[in-house]
Design a protein around this ligand. Structure first.
Ligand code: PBG
Length: 341
């Protein structure tokens, strides 16, 4: 095309894409280290780190190694970790009673981390699945076989108080029982933990993307083989309005922050919640979102770093303030090295 054939256009958007420098100057969203929360798995067995097979690059650490890992995350600028315990099967029962033992793994881990790194924000799940032999997030009703909402909430309140007592800064109910945020808030306040925040897993879907996580904490199918169906308490993946309703109820019940989980497949929920709440919003890029990129990269089908960065930017762009991601450490390392997603 010669000069005379050039189009006369009022606006050429490609002008702001001409070079890396220009693109960087006009970039609307970026991932910063303060956006990141690192999930960590802790085990109670002898010995060092155990690889989580379905999550390449992710480990279960002993308490000592968890503290060590927290220190290196802190040195990279990461300010929050979420701790998930992998409890030995022999310490699990149908009532998840190990959760009420103040000396169990999770409380010991929190105490050790807070002692070593008092400024690091420690987040703990409030749910029974690490402790129940059946892997559900609550107590089962003997007649219906379903998770009993109100009995579970009563127990969650005890867990939340024990977590706060151990030093958790943010407790994160991940169980999806009705009314749990309000109950946990008043239990914490009654026990004097008015400064402990509630990060509510508000819009948590009954997702197949949690598979590798359940491997990591051993809650996959404690009973045997089948993939656990949590559909009577977690949200139906087909429902957006119901998800917003659930999240806004958590806000009304006193949640300090709201979470959408999984994040990547539910960007519409993040966006529409962003438009309806003034609370900080958290997206959880869950285990399956992580593992699918790792697997495709191992097969040579996707470029890991590009897809990783893009997946996180998408969550940020949708409206999340904070992102829980198994990529947290490597992103922090990249940012430290001057590479910005
Ligand atoms: C359990 C819990 C789950 C995750 C976080 N807390 C799994 C589940 O609900 O079965 C999933 C996180 C992930 O997949 O990375 N309450």
């Amino acid at each position: 095309m010669n000069q005379s054939e050039e189009l006369t256009l009022p606006r050429r958007l490609r002008r702001l894409r001409v070079s890396k420098s220009v693109r960087s100057l006009v970039q609307e969203n970026r991932i910063e280290v303060d956006d990141l929360i690192a999930p960590l798995f802790v085990h109670e067995r002898e010995g060092g780190p155990e690889a989580v097979e379905s999550m390449p690059g992710v480990w279960r650490f002993s308490i000592e190694d968890t503290v060590h890992e927290c220190r290196s995350l802190w040195d990279l600028g990461i300010k929050a970790v979420a701790i998930f315990p992998s409890i030995d099967p022999q310490n699990k029962d149908p009532d998840g009673s190990a959760g009420l033992n103040p000396d169990n793994l999770i409380y010991r881990a929190v105490r050790a981390i807070k002692q070593a790194l008092p400024e690091l924000v420690v987040i703990t799940d409030v749910a029974l699945d690490p402790f129940t032999s059946h892997g559900h997030d609550g107590l089962l009703n003997e007649e219906t076989g379903d998770v009993d909402n109100d009995r579970t909430v009563a127990m969650l309140c005890q867990l939340a108080v024990l977590e706060a007592e151990a030093g958790a800064d943010w407790v994160a109910p991940s169980d999806m029982m009705d009314g749990r945020v309000q109950a946990i808030r008043s239990a914490l306040d009654r026990a004097g933990y008015t400064r402990t925040s509630i990060l509510a897993y508000s819009a948590k879907f009954a997702s197949g993307f949690y598979g590798p996580f359940r491997d990591a904490i051993g809650s996959k199918a404690a009973a045997g083989t089948s993939y656990l169906d949590k559909g009577t308490y977690q949200l139906n993946p087909g429902n957006a309005r119901e998800a917003i309703q659930d999240a806004l109820l958590d806000e009304a019940e006193g949640a300090d922050m709201l979470m959408v989980k999984p994040a990547g497949p539910y960007l519409d929920i993040i966006r529409s919640l962003r438009e309806r709440t003034l609370l900080p919003l958290v997206g959880y890029q869950v285990s399956g979102e992580y593992s699918q990129l790792q697997a495709a990269a191992q097969l040579g089908w996707l470029e890991l770093e590009r897809t990783r960065d893009e997946s996180l930017l998408a969550i940020k762009r949708a409206g999340a303030d904070l992102i829980l991601t198994y990529f947290a450490k490597e992103i922090a390392q990249a940012l430290k090295g001057g590479v910005s997603p």
